[in-house]
Design a protein around this ligand. Structure first.
Ligand SMILES: Cc1ncc(COP(=O)(O)O)c(C=O)c1O
Length: 419
């Protein structure tokens, strides 16, 4: 008789060896504790605490009431693609063909995944700047490629240089993946850094995938610049963006990839065979978001700026923590090296003892170790309480015998085992 297969025998290796998203994992743990009645403050996620503006909700509701409940063009409604092309021209200085150069996807995450599946295969290396958003390397690996991490130096403000990038090149390198404003470091790449990326891409004949999800969320006069707008870059750059963060539309699932038709038309094949199209009436909301009043974004950024300062000041006042003011996005990336704990140990301790959920920096790669990421896209008083809880706990531990946190929970370890 044949021996029975275990469930793992049925799994594809690309999934068997894949860890779930650690940021979603942190939120799931926080939710589970909450279900047990624990008052947990979840700073693990990346969801703006604002509701989508009324005029956007009205536009989607009107479309639904008008019967726009059918499949739409696979790459997006003509109206939404036109609005995206206009936005890319006026905000970013990027010219794309709205017909063949844009695909509307259910969130930028889907756009990234579809593009990577279309462009990466076994034997292909993609350079990823570490610390990096948690899903890039798993996506590259699912496509069969290799994410080659370039570890940036926290003591040099995670700066990117031409030398570092050049040193990471292999004969198999096909692309560099860039994210600015960055999740988790908050870095907004300056012109020198963008020029370095563009130069290396041109010297080594590479594509650039640029994730500009947080472009509207910048502070202190920092300016977001798009790589595709740099000389010689339009033909080798795919720009990824979406409405989740700037328009507080995470639940709508609207994102896009834009770039040269020669690549986008190929990615469209993956899109049409997997997703078909993004939700019809959501795209009507997307048109309203891009073409309607934009003041709402400034109001959110003013609130996040205030919270950014409060969290940085509060955390920096705690012994062992240094929390610089980030340049963009809505995460504090606190340096906790002086606490003597690893980022997992500290994140685990904060969740168990202070009931504050944060993401350990190691989840974003080796260069993120020694840091924890806290979302400040949440109410001022909640943030105040979170910082207070962290300060109380670490204050209590100071000078006390080492807490029993050397063995972080297996769950958390499993969540980040591949990073
Ligand atoms: C850097 C970055 N890129 C892409 C995404 C995906 O956004 P969405 O799929 O909601 O458009 C996120 C979400 O957290 C992100 O932080």
């Amino acid at each position: 008789m044949q021996t029975q297969r275990a469930p793992a025998d049925f799994l594809a290796a690309r999934v068997r060896d894949l860890a779930p998203s650690p940021t979603i994992g942190v939120s799931d743990r926080a939710r589970a504790l909450r279900a047990e009645g624990v008052d947990v403050i979840d700073l693990g996620g990346g969801d703006p605490d604002f509701i989508t503006p009324q005029h956007i909700r009205d536009a989607a509701a009107a479309a639904m009431h008008a019967g726009e409940t059918h499949y739409v063009a696979s790459n997006g409604t003509p109206a939404f693609r036109a609005a995206i092309a206009d936005k890319l021209r006026s905000d970013n200085g990027i010219e794309v063909d709205p017909k063949d150069g844009i695909i509307v996807t259910p969130g930028a995450k889907a756009a990234l995944f579809e593009a990577i599946l279309a462009l990466v295969e076994p034997g292909v290396d993609v350079v990823v700047l570490d610390p990096a958003w948690v899903s890039y390397v798993p996506m590259i690996e699912m496509a069969g490629g290799r994410g080659v991490r370039v570890e940036l130096d926290p003591d040099d403000n995670f700066r990117i240089t031409h030398d570092q990038l050049s040193a990471a090149m292999t004969p198999a390198t096909r692309a560099i993946l860039v994210n600015s404003p960055n999740n988790p470091t908050g870095r907004v790449l300056n012109r020198d850094e963008l020029d370095a990326i563009a130069a290396v891409a041109q010297e080594h004949d590479l594509l650039v995938y640029t994730d500009e999800m947080y472009e509207k969320i910048v502070y202190d006069g920092n300016q977001h610049l798009s790589l595709a707008a740099l000389p010689g870059m339009a033909e080798r750059t795919l720009t990824f963006n979406g409405l989740s963060k700037a328009y507080a539309m995470t639940g709508w699932r609207l994102g896009y990839v834009a770039g040269p038709a020669s690549y986008v038309k190929q990615i469209a094949k993956v899109h049409s065979h997997s997703v078909t199209c993004a939700t019809s009436f959501a795209q009507a909301g997307g048109v309203a978001a891009l073409t309607g009043p934009q003041e709402f974004i400034d109001e959110m950024v003013i609130a996040w700026d205030r919270r950014r300062r409060a969290v940085a000041a509060g955390l920096s006042a705690i012994n062992g923590i240094t929390c610089p003011l980030v340049e963009g996005a809505f995460y504090a990336f606190a340096d906790v090296r002086e606490t003597g704990q690893s980022s997992i140990e500290l994140a685990d301790l904060l969740l168990r003892e202070a009931h504050v959920a944060v993401t350990p920096g190691i989840a974003f790669g080796e260069a993120g170790e020694g840091h924890i990421r806290l979302s400040f896209a949440t109410a001022d008083d909640v943030l105040e309480r979170a910082v207070e809880r962290i300060a109380n706990l670490l204050g209590r531990l100071e000078g006390a015998a080492p807490a029993p946190h050397a063995d972080p929970s297996a769950t958390l370890r499993a969540e980040i085992r591949t990073v």
